[in-house]
Design a protein around this ligand. Structure first.
Ligand SMILES: Nc1ncnc2c1ncn2[C@@H]1O[C@H](COP(=O)(O)OP(=O)(O)O)[C@@H](O)[C@H]1O
Ligand SMILES: [Mg+2]
Length: 355
């Protein structure tokens, strides 16, 4: 992990805490950080659930979630002893070397599974780490709510650490709600690790060193930073491609790919019941390409619609974009979170182009 010594150490030193929240924009390196630390320090006792698999879905059912948990137990942890212990609880069966959870009438209880994992970790002298990667997807959970179980785990299961990651601010405002009195997790302390994109200097150094490892002296790092910004994901992809197809071609490919991905993310947001306000959202993003203020957003929307808008309407549009981290706050102003978002949002039409 380039340039993440502080975060690596902090995560490693916090692995006995009940709750760690790793926040950062997409492709900034959250999953890599967690996997690097856990593979080194807890390789046999972490349960990794990648919720991105539900990204394009309208909702997440109990069956989906339980299946994801089942997969990590079968494919990652693979402890015979844990499986035997799990087989004692309701809704669990074992066949061959795989555990299977039922979600129907005889549905397995999440709290039961976590109790067993806690006991197993205690017996084995291990710390069990449960990773919910991109947990904002669980806002769409339908027919179950995992939060009370997480609170129960936090309060009672002393051998379990929860690691929650999120790329969107709503992991705090809509999922964990740690500061909301009505939330089961209200008031719980947690370790907060926020990953930021590389600065200009870090990005340049990252590229130079990456190329140097392949015996190449790279002199265009500044220019690449100008084009791609400091997101480690884009820089890594660029480096990887550049070695194959050359700098020029790689830059074009990464830009195109980034634009495609970002458009999909913006359109997922629009498609979550926001069609009617599509033009407003896109206009806000266009307006904020080079930074913008609240009143600038309001004026631009009013100009587009040719009428006055009330402040509450404008505020709720901005809040939704902030919640999904499609817009970020910088002091009193707003900005786009990723340089390449400019190209992605210019003239974007989700409803017609990206159903
Ligand atoms: N500090 C880093 N050093 C080297 N590569 C990194 C670093 N951070 C991220 N990457 C690379 O960037 C890409 C995106 O990282 P990832 O961990 O998937 O991001 P996230 O989980 O935040 O979306 C991966 O290919 C990863 O290898
Ligand atoms: Mg990730």
């Amino acid at each position: 992990m380039f340039n993440r010594e502080g975060e690596v150490n902090r995560l490693r030193d916090s692995l006995n805490e009940p709750l760690i929240v790793v926040f950062g924009l997409r492709r900034v390196g959250k999953s890599s950080l967690i996997k690097a630390v856990l593979n080194e320090h807890m390789p046999n006792s972490y349960f990794y659930i990648d919720l991105r698999r539900f990204e394009e879905r309208g909702y997440v059912s109990y069956r989906d979630f339980v299946k994801a948990l089942e997969d990590t137990i079968n494919d990652r942890v693979r402890s015979r002893k844990l499986m035997t212990m799990l087989s004692k609880i309701r809704g669990v069966s074992i066949s061959g070397f795989r555990v299977s959870f039922s979600w129907g009438a005889d549905r397995v209880m999440l709290a039961d599974i976590l109790e067993i994992i806690n006991d197993w970790a205690g017996d084995e002298g291990l710390r069990a780490i449960i990773v919910l990667d991109e947990a904002q997807e669980l806002v769409k959970a339908k027919g179950f709510n995992i939060l009370p179980t997480l609170a129960y785990t936090y309060d009672n299961l002393r051998n379990i650490t929860l690691i929650i990651t999120g790329s969107e601010f709503r992991v705090f405002t809509k999922f964990l709600k740690l500061t909301y009195p009505e939330s089961p997790l209200f008031g719980r302390a947690y370790v907060d690790i926020t990953l930021r994109p590389f600065s200009r200097d870090q990005a340049v150094e990252f590229l130079r060193r990456g190329f140097a490892e392949h015996g190449i002296e790279f002199n265009e790092a500044e220019r690449i930073y100008e084009e791609l910004g400091g997101n480690p994901g884009w820089l890594t992809l660029f480096g990887y491609r550049a070695l194959r197809v050359g700098v020029h071609e790689a830059l074009n490919e990464v830009k195109m790919e980034a634009v495609k991905l970002i458009r999909r993310e913006v359109c997922n947001f629009i498609n979550e019941g926001r069609h009617l306000a599509e033009r407003r959202y896109i206009r806000i993003l266009e307006t904020c390409m080079n930074g913008c203020s609240w009143s600038m957003i309001k004026r631009t929307l009013e100009a587009m619609e040719g009428r006055e808008l009330n402040n509450a309407t404008v505020a709720s549009l901005i809040k939704a974009l902030l919640d999904y981290s499609l817009l970020i706050k910088e002091g009193d102003n707003y900005a786009l979170p990723d340089k390449l978002m400019r190209d992605a949002v210019m003239g974007l039409r989700c409803f017609t182009n990206y159903p």
